[in-house]
Design a protein around this ligand. Structure first.
Ligand SMILES: [Zn+2]
Length: 437
């Protein structure tokens, strides 16, 4: 013990040997307590402690503790304190280091479990490991689970922007309007030139012409909105009772209550995705309006290409579902060649349907777009000319003005046959009569 002159507070410094003796005393006491009567009968090792008899007695440069580790009972406060000391010594990390260091001095049954337990109850370790424990997720609204409905039957609407665009020398603002399908999470983006009711109605009209009339449109309540969206909400609320219901009585409008902003998470998430794609695509300055108009459908497509389900890497024949599967049939909108039975005439377009070809002696009208229909020339087919594919492509026709050649697409056959008696005498198709059945 010594007093430091500088420090008025009396400090007690315990010497190393005192410390070691105190430690040994504690271990002895602990062993005595735990092993009771046996402790007196068993032959003690160095310093009167129960030790494990090792086989490295002769090893030089090795401490007595390592040669003969001190036996300590597992469930004793002294053992726990020793383990806690080692746990702190190695800064609350790496239980294996603690185990390794302790086993070089002590023999403790179930040492690893003890070290783990010490780390588990340590407050500092608990603080470090603490993670937020979010409550169980709420139920999805029915609109999110509306199977067998068309895309955009249940739609959320939100504004984003504004974007500064240049039109000629003018600078104007434009807002993006994102319509999100609640069921398949597809997006549709329109551009609005202002936050007025008229602009919104125009945008809604554009959306409806391309995607159909939604059954229900969801929008955030004014208090949930910031900036542009707030004005939109006010506007929608203003018009919802009047113009909107008048114009689209089949649409139901739902405003998300102020206390549950997470319900709007579907379209807020979409707006975030759209913004991040736009950041990459749009020029940093001097954005022209037509560039913005051309970019947004591109962004819309990219967002609609994102997989909604797990992307399987193991098998190539199963693909992940994307919103575009519902809108276009596959993720990137490429149309596959279908197996079309060309021999079935009902599947064929009129253009490819075979018709009875024009034959000699048919009475035809020669179509001439430059003349009135009632002045078109009639004639009799004298000969037909076949193309390289064997199909009749043109015909030689005897008219009142002599023989002319015309493509068959310009010839309309009349349901008449030449009267055999006047076959050589008439001109101009005047002397023809309906064929008698
Ligand atoms: Zn700890």
């Amino acid at each position: 013990m010594k007093n430091t002159a500088r420090n008025p507070v009396t400090q007690t410094i315990i010497s190393d040997s005192t410390c070691t003796s105190a430690e040994l005393l504690l271990f002895r006491k602990c062993q005595e307590e735990c092993y009771g009567a046996e402790f007196d009968q068993i032959k003690k090792g160095a310093l009167g402690l129960l030790r494990v008899r090792g086989r490295i007695e002769e090893a030089r440069g090795v401490t007595t503790d390592l040669k003969q580790p001190i036996i300590l009972p597992r469930n004793n406060i002294v053992t726990h304190l020793v383990a806690d000391f080692y746990h702190r010594k190695f800064h609350h990390h790496h239980n294996e280091i603690v185990v390794n260091e302790m086993r070089q001095r002590f023999c403790i049954n179930g040492l690893r479990a003890l070290v783990r337990m010490i780390s588990k109850v340590c407050q500092q370790c608990r603080n470090r490991r603490a993670t937020p424990n979010p409550p169980e997720m709420g139920k999805l609204p029915p609109e999110r689970l509306a199977s067998f409905t068309d895309p955009f039957a249940y739609t959320g609407v939100d504004y984003f922007g504004p974007f500064d665009v240049t039109i000629g020398r003018r600078h104007e603002k434009r807002w993006g309007v994102v319509f999100t399908c609640m069921t398949i999470r597809a997006v549709h983006i329109e551009i609005s030139s202002s936050l007025s009711t008229d602009s919104f109605l125009l945008v809604l009209k554009l959306f409806i012409s391309r995607r159909g009339v939604p059954r229900r449109i969801f929008s955030d309540n004014g208090t949930n909105f910031r900036g542009a969206s707030r004005i939109l909400a006010d506007e929608i609320e203003k018009i919802s009772s009047g113009t909107l219901i008048e114009k689209y009585p089949e649409i139901e409008w739902t405003f998300i209550p102020p206390a549950s902003p997470h319900m709007g998470g579907v379209w807020e998430r979409m707006v975030r995705s759209i913004k991040s794609v736009l950041m990459d695509i749009l020029p940093k300055e001097g954005l022209r309006e037509e560039v913005l108009r051309a970019t947004l459908p591109d962004v819309e497509n990219i967002i609609n290409m994102r997989p909604l389900t797990y992307v399987p890497l193991e098998s190539y024949d199963s693909e992940a579902l994307t919103p575009n599967h519902f809108l276009l049939g596959n993720s990137i909108g490429i149309r596959e060649k279908g197996d079309c039975d060309v021999t079935n005439p009902s599947l064929l377009n009129k253009k490819f349907r075979t018709s009875e070809p024009i034959a000699p002696k048919d009475v035809v009208i020669i179509v001439d777009e430059n003349m009135k229909r009632n002045t078109w020339t009639k004639g009799i087919v004298m000969d037909v000319i076949k193309g390289s594919d064997g199909q009749i492509r043109s015909a030689v026709i005897k008219t009142s003005n002599g023989l002319i050649t015309r493509p068959v697409v310009k010839l309309a056959r009349l349901d008449l046959k030449v009267n055999p008696t006047s076959e050589h005498g008439d001109h101009g198709g005047g002397n023809v009569s309906a064929q008698q059945p």
